[in-house]
Design a protein around this ligand. Structure first.
Ligand code: PGA
Length: 241
């Protein structure tokens, strides 16, 4: 993996925005794989800035998000769909019909996962997939486990993830216990992968991803099997490598 360490989060966001702009320049109708959480916020801000400056055109782009909580409506402020609308989609010229998301309200989670996987297969592969990493090494909601899932599936959140995501909810009981997520194979089928990790609480996971064994103990370690994966870190997240 191509690892780069930066001094500031603003520098990381600018570098990440460069990745997106390069892909969009080469392929205006690129398929972008997007993620949510604290990590990509500054990148989306940078991308909105590039778009306002006429440096990034989303008019022909399709986006596929990594995951969505199960049981939460798209217009709910806690949904990842809502996060994306506020952080990026409202600020760029993307066509609403080109935004693809797992439906958190689908009654049949398995059928919804199959639908999402098929939608991605029809338009994909993803040209650039943006990822964060969980403190436990998860990517999307692919939590540490003996066996990894290849395709989109309905995941049980790990206890560590429920605790980490607690900050976005009034009470821990409110954190959804399940989510629809791309599988590891789906993620790895992206042509290019861009992982961002910042802060000392990610240092252990980053170490396991880059230096540990490639195994389900750290799902992100499988990114080392990808031919074109970049990792952008700040000095805190890079402290142990
Ligand atoms: P975070 O989440 O960016 O909010 O730390 C990342 C993740 O859990 O994948």
């Amino acid at each position: 993996m191509n690892v780069k360490v930066f001094k500031t989060q603003a520098e990381i966001a600018a570098a990440a925005a460069d990745f997106f702009c390069e892909v969009l320049l080469k392929k205006p109708n690129a398929v972008l794989g997007l993620s949510t959480g604290s990590t990509p916020m500054l990148t989306y801000e940078a991308l909105a800035g590039r778009s306002a400056a006429g440096l990034a055109d989303f008019s022909a782009v399709h986006t596929f998000n990594l995951d969505e909580y199960w049981g939460i409506a798209p217009e709910d402020e806690q949904s990842y769909r809502y996060f994306m609308q506020k952080r990026l989609f409202d600020k760029v010229n993307i066509r609403p019909e080109n935004i693809h998301f797992p439906d958190g309200l689908a009654e049949d989670a398995q059928a919804e996962c199959a639908r999402y996987e098929a939608e991605l297969a029809a338009l994909g592969p993803v040209d650039l997939q943006l990822l964060g990493i969980g403190r436990n090494g998860h990517i999307g909601f692919n939590e540490p486990a003996e066996k990894m899932r290849a395709k989109c599936f309905c995941a049980e959140l790990a206890e560590a993830t429920i605790k980490a995501n607690r900050r976005f909810f009034a009470r821990e009981e409110d954190v959804p216990r399940r989510a629809l997520t791309m599988g590891l194979g789906t993620i790895l089928s992206a042509k290019k992968i861009l992982m961002i990790a910042t802060g000392e609480n990610k240092a252990g996971a980053v170490y396991s991803m880059l230096r540990g064994e490639i195994s389900g103990k750290c799902p992100a370690s499988f990114l080392r099997t990808h031919g074109d994966a970049a990792v952008l870190l700040d000095e805190y997240a890079a402290a142990l490598i």
